[in-house]
Design a protein around this ligand. Structure first.
Ligand code: GCW
Length: 716
């Protein structure tokens, strides 16, 4: 009796405190601990029947076996003949059973990558079918089926169809060949170029599995600030090795193309895109790439931006540059993703306007296999930006979304910030270009203008940290990219819910409070960093911490003072007709709402207006008092998150509990830092006191000024 008691206590403890390092991400297949549910699953699943032997089907089969064995805590039998309650997976081509089911119509709807999971009857036996037209679709279906179990869904009457709304679902790695990662906060690059092609790190496979589990089907391996060397034979052999490792998981490899490569590698005198020799050089180079990687995806290009070479060096347009590369990859089925992130210091105009000014006139000039990749907002991945005015402004060009998963301006890997609410805010924004309901989501999924090509990219937050992303919760942002690109109608709440359940536990006492933290986290961060439409007031270079006072950067548009424009009368960037008139780039309905200081949503107030310090906000407070209020709410809310997390100790393994706890402590300190530094600095203009009810800054402005971070990560 006593022994049994000890034993069960031990098992319980082992269950609760079982060390986890986060490496498994959301693909943890721990045995389901709800006994009733487990029994139900065990009764509904007798084994699997899985014909077909392609690398992708093998990967799917292996995942299904491992997943089920873990989740059900029993050995899974791969059956030759199916029996009652078998799971049967495959395509009509790989499986006679799948072919014999009445699924034709649904399969047609599922398209190339979609899948069906349904109960069915075959030969008088009840089965669960996972069916798709393609092997990759079967793999996605398998992962989805496992997700149903991981999130404790009832599968007894399962009947669902799922297919991606967006075609290209891609991670952009800003990884350099020396393994540093630009804006990477999770260690070094996971690509071990030096050991490639000979050594295939198991991480590559787990990376591919994790991507496939959320439907990500492409990866750009290298930094957009590109190094031409990756296009040389030595590196192409390494790229090939990665492509071979990822292929079974449905993941295509893309590279960044340095525009001056014909000069640097080809010893040509020019990289002019209209020069026949240059065009020929790229054609040959592309042929070479495809000889290594027959399903190579194509190029991602940053040109004439922040010092990168591009067609404008030769007085050509972005379209000329993109089309030259598009022509080279087109015979092989490749594509070009040409970035719209351009702005120039020489242009005296508002930086927020420049991408639109340069790209809008090029609409209709790009070849069919070019997408223009646009960041969600017009400046640069700030905590909050209005949607980019290019969305809706280039009806003849497929526009691809670029989100940033790595939290360059969002607390890097120190802060718990769940990005789905931010992405949804952008996607749900109405461009009004074709009347009400012309959302950004419809622009990027191609439905607004009837484009076949569509894409969504996320700048990866992955590094060689044992848990991949540095902050355990940053994994959720990687997860989100895949899920949203697959189905942008999923809510931030749904995504958080499934991620938490897979990554931690299904226990609602954990799920609910943690979900509430995640859902609030982005607004909390905005409050203590850049409330009311403030933006770009972070430290120069490394972008870590506040530095609204900075006015000495080499370029005007790298200085925070360029963006907040605080003076004795007020604060904010006037982007109405009396100022830069960036608002003119939006449709009249959007413009109308934003141009009036009284109807402009307050979260964008200082983005679009220079506002007097004594302006009355809807709360009744003056602008200055509102700013003080917001910064303090931000700090208080981080403390609220800390409290919530501390209550979770019993539901989470000790390692991850402690990690998050320590990180929240850092986040609280940094929130206080942001609040104090910003309020002290803006106070030198407003000349108003910080209202008595709030904590007083415990350091001087000079103290914050003097802080230096010479080795902050991610800064090259
Ligand atoms: O936000 C800026 C980053 C740069 C980055 C650039 C871009 C890759 O600070 O590090 O360069 O955006 O998106 O091209």
């Amino acid at each position: 009796m006593k022994k049994a008691f000890f034993l069960s206590t031990y098992l319980l403890l082992a269950l609760i405190t079982h060390a986890e390092n986060g490496y498994q991400l959301w693909l943890r297949y721990n045995t389901i601990n709800d006994k009733q549910l487990l029994n139900q699953y065990l009764n509904s699943i007798s084994g699997i029947q899985f014909d077909g032997k392609t690398p992708t089907l093998n990967a799917a089969k292996e995942e299904l076996i491992n997943g089920l064995q873990g989740l059900l805590g029993k050995k899974i039998i791969v059956q030759r003949e199916f029996s009652n309650n078998s799971i049967v997976a495959g395509t009509p081509a790989s499986s006679n059973i799948i072919a014999s089911l009445q699924l034709k119509q649904q399969l047609q709807e599922a398209g190339k990558e979609g899948f069906i999971i349904t109960t069915a009857k075959s030969n008088q036996k009840n089965i669960i079918a996972i069916a798709s037209n393609t092997d990759a679709g079967v793999l996605y279906g398998v992962f989805h089926f496992l997700r149903l179990l991981q999130t404790n869904q009832n599968i007894q009457h399962v009947s669902l169809i799922s297919f991606p709304k967006i075609q290209l679902r891609i991670l952009n790695h800003w990884d350099n060949l020396n393994r540093t990662v630009e804006r990477g906060y999770a260690g070094f690059s996971i690509w071990d170029w030096h050991k490639l092609p000979g050594y295939i790190d198991k991480r590559y496979i787990d990376y591919a599995r994790s991507n496939a589990s959320v439907g990500i089907n492409g990866t750009v391996l290298t930094n957009v600030n590109a190094n031409a060397l990756v296009l040389t034979k030595t590196y192409l052999e390494k790229v090939k090795a990665l492509a071979d490792a990822f292929r079974p998981y449905g993941i295509k490899v893309y590279l960044t193309a340095r525009f001056s490569s014909p000069i640097e590698l080809g010893k040509l005198k020019t990289a002019d895109p209209l020069d026949p020799e240059v065009q020929e050089w790229w054609k040959q180079k592309v042929n070479e790439i495809f000889s290594y990687i027959p399903d190579f995806g194509g190029f991602l290009v940053k040109a004439n931006s922040e010092g990168q070479p591009g067609p404008q060096n030769y007085a050509r347009t972005h379209a000329d540059g993109a089309n030259m590369l598009a022509e080279a990859v087109s015979p092989h089925g490749g594509i070009v993703m040409w970035r719209a992130f351009v702005y120039s210091n020489e242009t005296p105009d508002d930086r927020a306007k420049q991408a639109y000014n340069e790209f809008k006139p090029l609409d209709g000039k790009f070849k069919k296999n070019v997408l223009v990749q646009v960041k969600n907002g017009p400046i640069d991945f700030q905590p909050r930006e209005p949607f980019h005015p290019l969305f809706g402004a280039m009806p003849q060009t497929p526009l691809m979304m670029e989100y940033q998963l790595t939290q360059e301006y969002l607390g890097q890997s120190n802060h718990l910030v769940y990005e789905a609410p931010m992405f949804k805010e952008c996607q749900d924004a109405d461009t009004y270009v074709k009347g009400k309901g012309s959302t950004v989501a419809k622009v990027i999924d191609g439905t607004l203008e009837g484009h076949d090509l569509s894409g969504m990219a996320g700048v990866a937050n992955i590094g060689n940290d044992i848990n991949w992303t540095g902050h355990p919760f940053a994994q959720s942002n990687w997860y989100t990219l895949g899920r949203l690109a697959w189905d942008h109608t999923l809510s931030a709440e749904q995504i958080a819910d499934e991620w938490i359940k897979q990554t931690f536990t299904n226990n609602s006492r954990f799920v609910n409070p943690v979900k509430s933290m995640m859902l609030a986290s982005r607004d909390i961060m905005v409050s203590y960093m850049t409330p009311l439409g403030l933006h770009h007031i972070m430290g120069t270079g490394h972008h870590y911490g506040p530095a609204p006072w900075t006015n000495r950067s080499a370029r005007a548009d790298w200085n925070p003072i360029y963006y907040h424009k605080a003076d004795s009368s007020g604060i904010g960037f006037d982007r109405t007709a009396t100022g830069s008139n960036a608002l003119a780039q939006y449709a009249p309905a959007v413009r109308k709402q934003y141009e009036n200081v009284n109807t402009c949503p307050e979260e964008y107030l200082l983005w679009f207006h220079h506002v007097r310090w004594d302006h009355k906000m809807t709360s009744g407070r003056t602008l200055w008092d509102e700013l003080c209020y917001k910064y303090n709410v931000g700090v208080d809310s981080v403390r609220w998150m800390q409290k919530k997390w501390n209550e979770q100790k019993t539901y989470v393994d000790n390692d991850r509990f402690e990690q998050v706890k320590m990180l929240l402590t850092i986040q609280e300190k940094e929130a206080v830092w942001w609040r104090n530094a910003c309020l002290l600095y803006f106070q030198t203009y407003s000349k108003n006191p910080i209202p008595a009810q709030y904590e007083k800054p415990d350091q001087t402005l000079e103290y914050y000024h003097a802080l230096l971070f010479p080795f902050a990560p991610g800064n090259g």
